[in-house]
Design a protein around this ligand. Structure first.
Ligand code: AMP
Ligand code: MG
Length: 476
């Protein structure tokens, strides 16, 4: 028996939903299982840090059940709108829910779910696999987003699996992996949509009760007929906070389909994502997003459209009016969260005038767009609104340009939030931590060409410095 600490608190709550929501499946048997990444910080928090590497691979490569947890993995059923077209042929086609556990620090119900663990009843023509490069890209995205304060799934484990995969966008076969994500729920907007599609009001009600019990317990005591709108409002607020955090992080998710939107608002599923080189509202991450539907600047509107689909799932249960009113909670929550996220990154204090602060932030973003100042650099160089820091930057000439002047004026409206934070070691670096496309390609090229994993390890260490600066030493 593996040595688990008392911090390990299994709670496989999803089974109580019954078989209408999932299908028990078996993991693929892989020719190899080579451990490539283990998230030791989160493993320790959840009581899984004591596993040795063999036990880790047995658990997160071969999927031997964890004690007291799901006896068999569950492929979850869902539908969703993909690029605004309804698709009833979705569901976990290359992943499953493997285990659920309580976070001993905050009591939240967390899932360990996979990507690339083999075929399921929902695979259609797909092979059920994940490319190693896709896994590495997700490890980087999740680390960077966590470090920037975005509510995100975590990459818990990455195991290379020794298969050769053919992919349309790759000229030759590519390496395979299985990723384990740590997520605050895998219930998506599309999980509700599937039940509404089948006019299954009884199961919608059951899923809502489950979701409120485990993820929105504050709504438990409301009368049953008020719960749908209250739930939609709470999800709208949670999604607004995450979207605002993406905007402040300079992040483009790329595929904001309703099956990729978690009802806890936590962001997940990082395929063709990009971080912005510089502020550009039209910047589009996915090559297959020809119309720019999910470009950077449209992310708030995309989430609002998705949330309206969630509200629509409850129209057989309650009238439209309170559901529509609940959707209105997105915008104020987004504005408040955008101000908080941008100013936190800059170590600046909000004033007592929200609208004025938002105007200054809009001015800053416009000047960042006009001047093409490197996105992460602006937050680094202008931390604390310190013009002398900016003057010492390699970008000093750009900051002196006419295009950037409105930004400097906007920043001058704020004062420093935390003097001690201005002296943080992170701010002594020569350059901010960034995660642009080319750097990810360089990290991947070292792995692909010479199996050199040191660039990835170094990058994750640097990202951890950013996390300590953003979130402080007690962040997990
Ligand atoms: P995604 O674009 O990753 O959100 O996936 C959309 C849908 O396609 C989901 O139902 C996935 O399970 C399915 N899918 C994506 N890639 C594969 C694959 N290689 N094999 C099986 N199903 C897949
Ligand atoms: Mg997905």
């Amino acid at each position: 028996m593996m040595p688990l600490s008392p911090a390990y608190r299994p709670d496989p709550a999803h089974v109580s939903l019954g078989g209408e929501l999932y299908d028990p499946v078996r993991p693929a048997v892989f020719p190899k299982t080579i451990l490539r990444h283990r998230n030791q910080r989160w493993a320790e928090r959840l009581g899984l840090g004591t596993l040795d590497n063999q036990e880790w691979v047995d658990t997160f490569g071969h999927f031997q059940p964890l004690p007291g947890n799901l006896e068999q993995p569950l492929a979850l059923r869902y539908h969703g709108h993909q690029f605004r077209h309804y698709n009833p042929d979705l569901g976990d086609g290359r992943g499953f829910l493997f285990a659920q556990l309580r976070d001993p620090v905050d009591g939240r119900l967390l899932d360990l779910g996979t990507k690339g663990s083999g075929q399921t009843p929902w695979s259609r023509q797909g092979d059920g696999r994940l490319t190693l490069k896709g896994g590495v890209r997700e490890v980087l995205a999740t680390a960077m987003l966590e470090a920037l304060g975005v509510p995100t799934s975590k990459s818990f484990s990455l195991v290379e699996t020794g298969e050769a995969l053919w992919r349309n966008d790759e000229p030759s076969p590519t390496r395979s992996a299985v990723l384990v994500r740590l997520s605050h729920s895998h219930i998506r907007i599309g999980t509700f949509q599937r039940l509404a599609f089948h006019s299954d009001s009884a199961t919608i009600r059951r899923l809502l009760t489950h979701t409120i019990t485990h993820y929105y317990p504050d709504l438990r005591d409301l009368p049953a007929d008020e719960q749908p709108a209250a739930f939609v409002g709470a999800v709208a607020q949670a999604c607004a906070r995450t979207t605002a955090a993406w905007m402040a992080a300079g992040f483009v998710h790329g595929v904001l389909n309703t099956d990729n939107i978690n009802i806890t608002g936590e962001s997940f599923d990082y395929g063709p994502y990009r971080f912005l080189p510089h502020y550009d509202a039209r910047f589009t991450a996915a090559y297959f997003d020809q119309s720019g539907l999910y470009c950077y600047g449209r992310q708030p509107a995309s989430l609002q459209w998705n949330l309206a689909r969630l509200a629509g799932c409850f129209l057989d249960l309650v009238p439209a009016e309170p559901l529509n009113a609940a959707l209105e909670r997105f915008s104020p929550a987004f504005e408040a969260a955008l101000r908080a996220a941008v100013l936190h990154r800059l170590n600046l204090a909000p004033t007592n005038n929200l609208d004025a602060d938002l105007d200054h932030i809009a001015t800053l973003f416009q000047a960042m767009a006009d001047s093409k100042a490197p996105f992460q650099r602006v937050f680094f160089d202008w931390c604390g609104g310190d013009a002398s820091r900016a003057a010492a930057s390699p970008q000093a000439a750009l900051y002196a340009s006419a295009a950037f002047q409105p930004a400097a004026a906007a920043l001058a409206a704020f004062s420093v939030a935390d003097e001690a934070r201005q002296h943080h070691a992170y701010l002594q670096r020569r350059a901010p931590v960034d995660l642009l496309y080319d750097e990810i390609e360089t990290i991947w090229a070292a792995i692909a060409q010479t199996d050199d994993w040191t660039l990835l390890a170094e990058k994750l260490r640097a990202i951890d410095d950013l996390r300590l600066f953003t979130l402080g030493p007690r962040s997990a």
